[in-house]
Each structure stands twice: as C-alpha cells, then as structure tokens.
Design a protein around this ligand. Sequence first.
Ligand SMILES: *[C@@H]1O[C@H](CO)[C@@H](O)[C@H](O)[C@H]1NC(C)=O
Ligand SMILES: *[C@@H]1O[C@H](CO)[C@@H](O)[C@H](O)[C@H]1NC(C)=O
Ligand SMILES: *[C@@H]1O[C@H](CO)[C@@H](O)[C@H](O)[C@H]1NC(C)=O
Ligand SMILES: *[C@@H]1O[C@H](CO)[C@@H](O)[C@H](O)[C@H]1NC(C)=O
Ligand SMILES: *[C@@H]1O[C@H](CO)[C@@H](O)[C@H](O)[C@H]1NC(C)=O
Ligand SMILES: *[C@@H]1O[C@H](CO)[C@@H](O)[C@H](O)[C@H]1NC(C)=O
Ligand SMILES: *[C@@H]1O[C@H](CO)[C@@H](O)[C@H](O)[C@H]1NC(C)=O
Length: 790
Amino acid sequence: MASAYPNSLYLILLCLLPVSVLSQTNKNITSGSSLTAVPNDNSSWTSPSGEFAFGFQQIETGGFLLAIWFDKIPEQTIVWSANGGNLVQQGSKVQLTTEGQFVLIDPKGQEVWMANLAGTGTVSYAAMLDTGNFVLASQDSTNLWESFDHPTDTILPTQTLNIGSSLVARYSEMNYSSGRFLMQLQSNGNLVLSTVHFPLLALNTDYWSTNTNGSGVQVLFDLSGSIYLKAKDESILSTITSIGASSSNFYQRAILEYDGVFRQYVYPKNDSVADGRPMAWSSQAHVPDNICMNITTQNTGSGACGFNSYCHLGNDQRPICTCPPGYSPLEPDNEMMGCKQAFVPQECDGGQVVDLFDLRELSSVNWWGGDYEYFKPVSEDWCRQRCLADCFCAVAIYNTASECWMKKIPLSNGVQNNVDVGTKALIKIRKDNSTTSIANSLKKQKSTLNLILTILFSSSAFLNLILSIATFWVVFRKRRITQPSGEIQGVGLRSLTYNELEGATNNFKEELGKGACSTVYKGILAIGNNNLIAVKRLDKMVTDSEQEFQAEISAIGKTNHKNLVQLLGFCNEGQHRLLVYEYMSNGSLASYLFGNSRPSWYRRTEIAFGTARGLAYLHEESTNQIIHCDIKPQNILLDDSLTARISDFGLAKLLKTDQTRTLTAIRGTKGYVAPEWFKSKPVTVKVDVYSFGILLLELICCRKSFDQDAKDENQMILADWAYDCYEEGRMYMLVQEDEEAIQDIEKVEKFVMIAIWCIQDDPLLRPTMKRVSQMLEGAIEVALPPKSPN
Ligand SMILES: *[C@@H]1O[C@H](CO)[C@@H](O)[C@H](O)[C@H]1NC(C)=O
Ligand SMILES: *[C@@H]1O[C@H](CO)[C@@H](O)[C@H](O)[C@H]1NC(C)=O
Ligand SMILES: *[C@@H]1O[C@H](CO)[C@@H](O)[C@H](O)[C@H]1NC(C)=O
Ligand SMILES: *[C@@H]1O[C@H](CO)[C@@H](O)[C@H](O)[C@H]1NC(C)=O
Ligand SMILES: *[C@@H]1O[C@H](CO)[C@@H](O)[C@H](O)[C@H]1NC(C)=O
Ligand SMILES: *[C@@H]1O[C@H](CO)[C@@H](O)[C@H](O)[C@H]1NC(C)=O
Ligand SMILES: *[C@@H]1O[C@H](CO)[C@@H](O)[C@H](O)[C@H]1NC(C)=O
C-alpha cells in the first residue's frame, strides 16, 4: 500500500502534464485558442526557447496589459503591448477566432482591439517566435501580421524599422500609454528623436537626428548588439548605438524610454557569461548624451521636463526633472509632467505690496522659453527689484554679463547646466502663503510644542555619544575668533547676524530642545514659507576651520528636495554658529508612528516613498554626495501635508562624527546602525540603506525596532522577527492586527523583502537608495532576499 500511493500520484501527474505543457510551450496557436486575464495566472503562449511569452501581464497600477515580455528573467520587462498600452480589466480575453481574426475583448464581450490585417486574408494560426516576434499567419504560412511591424517603444535584435515606422515612449515608468517622445525614421531618410504635441503624436521639436537626408532607408538591430541606419545599397550610414554583446550570451533590447532617451540594455543569460555585469538589465549605450542640453529651443511644448520644471542629469546620467522652490508637481510624485506654483501668485491690480514676495536663487538654472523682457546692462539688485515689482514676472534670469531676462508662466525648457555657472535664476515666491495660514500655525504652535521637543534634538544614544566625543576632541583645540561672514556664493542661503536671530527668537526665549552639542529655539522670521523657523545653535565650535564650516553649510544649502527639511540660513559670527531651518508643524515620525493611534497604511507607505526619495537624492542627485549617518524616525519630520522630510542631513560631516566611529562598540541589539560601523570597514552610503531598512520595518509594523515589552522574546528585535517571519513565509504575522495592511498583503510582503535586502550585513548586497525607491514604487521587481542574515 505504501508504494502504491506514490505510483498513482505519478499516474495522475502524467495525465495532467501533457495538457499544461501544451498550453505553455505550444509552437502553433490554433484557431479558437484564447487567453483570459486572471490574477496570478501565468498561462501564456511562449516561444519554443521559452525566452519570450505573449499574454496578459498584470500591471501594478491596476489592470492587465496584452503584451510580449522576456519570460526567463524575474523582472517584468514588456517589449510590446497591444491596445495603445491601455489596460483592460480582469476577465478580458484575447482570441484567435474561428473566423480568422485576432481580437481582444473585454469582460462584457465588447471588442477592444484587433490586429489590423488590412484585408490580406484570414489567420489560420499564430506563433510566438524565439526572436520576440509574435506572428499571425495564413493557411499557407505567409505572415499576415507581425508584432515586429507594429513596435511600441522597444526594438529587439533582428527587428527593423522602415521608412515611416516609429517608436513612441510610454507615459511614465509604469503607465504604458503613449507619452511625450517619439523616434521616427522619416520619409526624408532621417532618423530623429522628437518631442510631440502631447496628447497627440504630432511632432514638435527634434532633439537628436542622424542627419541623413535622402539616404536612410532602414534601421536594423543586429545580433551582435549594434543598431544601424542603412542606405538602400545596404551600406551603413550611421551607427546609432553599439555595445558589442552577443545575443547568444545576453538578452538585449533597445527602448525609447519615458524620459525621452533611447537606451540599449543587456541582461546576461547566466553568471558565467556576465563578465562583471550585474544579473539585471543594465543600460550600455544611449542617445542623446544629455537630453537636458539638447532641448533648449524657444519652441512651444514643455521640453524634456514639463512646464515650470527644470532638467538636469543625475549621477547615473539619467535626466531628472525638479520643481523650483515654491512649486509642486502637477501630478503627485511625477515631476516629469511639470510643476505649478504652490502659492497664490502676484495679482496685477496694483494694490499689492511688493514685500509679500521674495526671490529664491537657483544657480546655473535657466529656462529657454517664457521670456518677455530683456535688460542690459543692469545690476543684479536692479534685476531683482524689477522682477519683484512686476506682477508678470515669475522668474528673472541674471548672468555675469549683467544681462537680465524677465520670464512669465509657464516657463519651458528649463535646464540646470553645470557649464554655465555664471547664470542664476531668481524664482519669485510668496513669503507667507497667506495671512490665515500664519494665524493657524501660531494657534497650532502650543499644541505641537511637545512634538517639536522631540524633533531636531532627539539624538539617539549613539549620536549623543559621538557628539560628546567630538566635543571633547574639539575643546582641546584652539578656539578661533571668526569674522561675521557674508553670503555663501551661489546658494540661496541667507547669512543672518546674531542680532537678527536674537530678535527672531525673542532672545532665545522658547527652547524647543537640547542636545549634546546644540540647542534648538523657535523663532519668527520672514524667511521660510510660513515665517516660523527652528534655530539650531551649535554650543561649541565643532568644526575645524572657518572655510570648512562655510563649505559644509554651502553643501547643505545646495540641496533642495521636497523630502528634505530645507536649511534657510545660518549665522557664523565670532563664536556664534547657528543654523536656521524650516519649521515642521507635524512633528517627528517617531511620535507619529509610535503615538496613540496607528497611522493609516497608505500614509505609512507614502512616508516610506518620501524618505527613500529624499535619501536617494542625498546619495545620488545632490551636487555633493551626503551620507546622513543617523537615519531613524526621530530624524524624519512631517510637514503640513504629512510629507516625510529628512532633517539633520549634512551634520554628520559638520560635526565630524565619522572621525569617531571606531570608538563605538555600543549596541548589542540591532538598532539603526549598520554592522560596518563596528568593524574597521569604510562607511559608505550603504549605512543609510541599512538604517532605512530598519525604519521601513518600523513603518510596516508600527512598532519600534527594539521593544522590551514584546509579547514574545523572539519579537523583541524587530529585524530578527521580520527575518523569522520571512523565512517561515508568514509575513502577515508582522501586521496581524492591522486590517488595512492585511488587505494589501502583497505590498506588505514586498516591503518586508525590500527591508530585508536593506539590512543585509554585507553592504555590497544592499541595494542603492535609488533602487530601493524604484522597488518600493513598483518600477522594478523585488528579488527574493537571501534566507539567512549571515
Ligand atoms: C504551424 O502550422 C503551419 C500551417 O498549418 C505548418 O506549416 C507549420 O509546420 C506548423 N508549425 C509548427 C511548429 O507546428
Ligand atoms: C505564477 O507566477 C508566480 C510568480 O512568478 C507564482 O508565485 C505563482 O505560483 C504562479 N502561478 C501559477 C498558477 O503558476
Ligand atoms: C496613463 O496616462 C494617461 C495619460 O495621462 C492617462 O489617461 C491614463 O489614465 C493613465 N493610465 C493609468 C493606468 O494610470
Ligand atoms: C535636410 O533637410 C532639411 C529640410 O528637409 C534641411 O533643412 C537640412 O539642411 C538638410 N540637411 C542635410 C544634411 O542635407
Ligand atoms: C550560460 O549561457 C551560455 C549562453 O547561453 C551557455 O552557452 C552556457 O552553457 C551557459 N552556462 C551555464 C553554466 O548555464
Ligand atoms: C543632441 O546631442 C547629440 C549628442 O548626443 C549631438 O550630436 C546632436 O547634435 C544634438 N542634437 C541637437 C538637435 O541638438
Ligand atoms: C498656499 O495657499 C493656497 C491656498 O490659499 C494652497 O492651495 C497652497 O497649497 C498653499 N501652498 C503652500 C506651499 O502651502
């Protein structure tokens, strides 16, 4: 009996196998076959090698896309989609009808999309080929329709683009419908990249071209990783991108991405051929080099970034769109679609006082569109006053040649250009959003005082110790008397006198908190958005020299991101060193998260996104890389709209914490501190990734990383408990009493896995914050983290 059971099971398996094999790896898809969009159902039509598949892909934004994708890699990589990239609902069906049509129908039976056979015949069978081409063929095996002839944003090796063909960028990373950029082989033989008059596909401004008038006839992607433009006689006119990677060792694709850049990617088929490349898609070549600098015309349209936004390249050479100070993105969390003024603009009724507005400076930024007036030669002060007094002026541009331009809304084709350092943009913003908002903040201020106490000052025991050591170290150094300093050049930071700050804080009357090395006071000063400020007074001079202080302050002042607490000004006068910050009305994440009521799961995910973006910016996008070194809920503050804002960044270097890190055999428990602090290994940005991982777990579970009163001893250390739950496949345990989170368990599990990647002991295994941010937002898949921490 004991042996009969496995036998019968084997038989059942044998009976089942042929059916599923047929549906998975069929070569010819016959008339009457269909696929239905069902969640977590992986049925698809795969190519004989299994590398490509055709079917429905579930998209995170909700819905299904009829698509072709790379099927042997974990990342969701769609290379073609039907129906203009528009999603369909669960229950939709794609079918090769007995009448020989290939149609997509919605759950109500309405036809949504159909392969356009242009009357060439009826389809007898379909096939997913190993090249990634999906074909519909007639009885006599002639191809009536090929996905290769109807590309979306991607081309694959062996695919060609002929005269008139184009690739259209998708709208955003996760929205596959058509976006703002197009690549076209034009009838004049030129291959061009162009912006379009969105939402139409009509061409607007070319920003790259092969300049092959009258000669180009075909673009070819060959098997050795080169993309050429060829002439009629087959000669090569122009190499568009070339990376020399064989298609037998690498998966390859080239895509016009949603940021307007055409990039060629490879993915090693296995470790042995990777040759040092990561086991992931990596971009190996792209055109144009710098899209920000290539779209600088006065043409209509919004350029590389949307209206009022400006474009600059990040460390990875990808364009980044940023809203100027006082402006916010039109689409939340998508700065590529432009920005709007986040304040009531100046009215032109003549009755308004000029001092309601102020100018914020952005160095090396210019908008190429939006000019309406030009003055030369004038002084910067004249240019500033002129803009403040002119209700049409939204931005003034001033340069070292004493030129001054007035620009109006909408601003277009904004660029931050590191070559043209003499140019600065003066952005006009309302000083105090409105009088009522000030009154409200003042009313709120008593009740939030307790919250604030914990804000700028709640240093962990760890940082306190470091600060004391730093102070100790400094006390033995000769004090210097410094002169009152001037502006810090090129940074929109106000240099304030000690007297001014004494006045603003009413002689340092209201103390908000005290740390090992500094004290924070509340103040009122016409400098921030709502006039309320937090003034941090460094008790001891902890920096080495005047220049060093200036340099660090300047580095902190250059950062500008919606997820950072903005440094507004400073005072450096004699022994007095003070930093002036925006005042955050909603206190710290620590009190929000560990307070009496549990914040909603949605809020917590938003805070995770915001913190990750802020850190990615500090690590990768700010002019000087900044390692925070003390990420924890006490250092994440929440503004009026509960957006996460990282505080105290840049202080690690200013206070020289890194010099003392070898003295820190402090914690037996897993706190926020990465293990390499305790070893003599170099401290890199990955220490922040570690701390973020712990913070993310706290956000998921709404509890502290260390909880002495935990129900169970195993649950005392959150990181260990999360690991246990992950290893046992019971991640829901972490959010057991949280109905909302349970409803969204897939995201909870994803977040836990991301957190586990972040707290790997080996810093090299931890992802970068940029990658963390992309994983959180669903732009890239999350691989399974290693099971055991060590
Ligand atoms: C697919 O069908 C066509 C026409 O019936 C036939 O010629 C071809 O050999 C079939 N291919 C495969 C791989 O079955
Ligand atoms: C589909 O794939 C996912 C992950 O790739 C897997 O977890 C799931 O079990 C699969 N479902 C089926 C029905 O094969
Ligand atoms: C994608 O973007 C388009 C254009 O803005 C919009 O109409 C559509 O609703 C978006 N689709 C999804 C799934 O968000
Ligand atoms: C290509 O044609 C355009 C007009 O269609 C013309 O302006 C341009 O000078 C030509 N370029 C070359 C290289 O012939
Ligand atoms: C790796 O891939 C190459 C090319 O596909 C193949 O020739 C080789 O056998 C593979 N090696 C391993 C270890 O799978
Ligand atoms: C855009 O940049 C490329 C370099 O990537 C340059 O060769 C080309 O001339 C530029 N095109 C335009 C239209 O400015
Ligand atoms: C300023 O106030 C307006 C309405 O009075 C509001 O819509 C806007 O969001 C506020 N902006 C900021 C930056 O607080």
